[in-house]
Design a protein around this ligand. Structure first.
Ligand SMILES: [Cu+2]
Length: 370
């Protein structure tokens, strides 16, 4: 740790105030790296003594040391990949299939990197909020209770009436109050929901967002029934796929309208420290959502392979084929499909291709196994 402090002071003298603040945020990550046993200063690295340790530091850099306490957070980034919230299915007196979810807004401090805490506003105590999953044609009802300290709402990117829009005068909920949103589960695809209280950037960035996945109804797509079936959770065709959701986000830990930490599903480097296990012979499908505030774009880049991309997930044929990078503005989302069939087993990296985001947490591994 003592080696890190002089370096930080040296850097601080050379940066503008805003850059310094940002470096202070980085120190959370950098400090964690330095606190590991065996890290030596660049000065020592220049001599023979300690050079090996230093090179090991560089080989293993771009990650944090130590672990986020998932238990204290109340959510686990690995569980979030696949913990679809299915709600309760019923038929109403108009004969409609209704899927009902319960969501509560709660203020909650969460740990986003080891030892780095963020005063979040959450849906159901987690960031991102629950991944709602429904089937095309259903009616979605969400009973929303605001147990937070500010007015909040749920605004769905989907199809619904004006009164259900989650904006001022249409489903904005004061602390202690409740509201039931009713929206259509269409179009099928990969969508999102978020709070639409103002100031919008603050309410979104604090953590009030989540993914909503609408599976296509195979009966409505006879010409592409097999593909639709593969997306329908619970079908044999779907069971073959290794599906996961990734919500790309960032955290402004010092409230200067810039992010100090970036991630997929909130926890910096979570999938770097514990790579996501992938079976080589089964295809992979990622539901990707960008909710990053303050930066105009985020991106997803896969190493050593290429993928097909379905913009917004609203088509059954790819909108981009054979690419290894996609760029998404805030609220843009899509479905990524690829396979590691016949590849050499090992760790395959994926990350934002804004290098700054990658170095501040949004860097990950898939561990491909035979
Ligand atoms: Cu809000």
């Amino acid at each position: 740790m003592s080696n890190c402090k002089p370096m930080f002071e040296w850097m601080q003298g050379r940066l503008s105030r805003r850059q310094s603040l940002k470096s202070a945020g980085q120190l959370g990550v950098f400090g964690a790296i330095c606190s590991a046993a065996g890290i030596v200063s660049p000065a020592h690295a220049a001599t023979g003594k300690g050079a090996k340790k230093h090179s090991r530091h560089h080989a293993g850099a771009n990650r944090t040391v130590g672990r986020v306490d998932n238990k204290r957070n109340g959510f686990d980034p690995h569980a979030i990949l696949t913990d679809w919230e299915r709600g309760t299915l019923s038929t109403d007196d108009r004969g409609r299939r209704v899927r009902t979810f319960d969501i509560v807004a709660i203020d909650k401090e969460i740990e986003i990197a080891p030892g780095l805490f963020f005063p979040a506003w959450t849906y159901n105590g987690r960031v991102p909020g629950p991944t709602l999953r429904a089937t095309e044609g259903e009616t979605i009802k969400v009973n929303f209770r605001n147990s937070g300290s500010h007015p909040h709402s749920i605004h769905f990117h989907g199809i619904h009436g004006a009164s259900m829009d989650g904006i001022m005068g249409a489903g904005m909920v004061n602390p202690g109050d409740e509201f039931t949103y009713e929206v259509s589960a269409r179009p099928f695809g990969c969508h999102l929901y978020h709070c639409h209280a103002i100031p919008l950037k603050r309410h979104i960035h604090k953590g009030l967002y989540g993914a909503i996945i609408i599976d296509p109804d195979p009966e409505l797509h006879p010409e592409q029934r097999e593909i639709a079936l593969s997306r329908q959770l619970g079908s044999d065709e779907n069971a073959r796929w290794q599906e996961m959701v990734m919500v790309m986000n960032g955290f402004d830990t010092n409230f200067d309208d810039e992010n100090e930490v970036y991630a997929a599903n909130s926890i910096a480097f979570a999938y770097m420290l514990d790579p996501i296990l992938i079976k080589r012979d089964r295809p992979v499908r990622i539901y990707l959502v960008n909710v990053t505030e303050f930066d105009p774009v985020n991106s997803f880049h896969l190493h050593a392979n290429f993928f097909d991309y379905f913009d917004h997930g609203t088509t059954l044929t790819p909108t981009l084929r054979t690419v290894d990078t996609v760029m998404l503005c805030q609220a843009q989302r899509g479905i990524i499909e690829f396979s590691f069939k016949d590849f050499e087993p090992g760790r395959y990296m994926f990350h934002a291709h804004q290098s700054e985001f990658a170095e501040l947490g949004w860097m990950s591994f898939l561990k491909v196994e035979a």
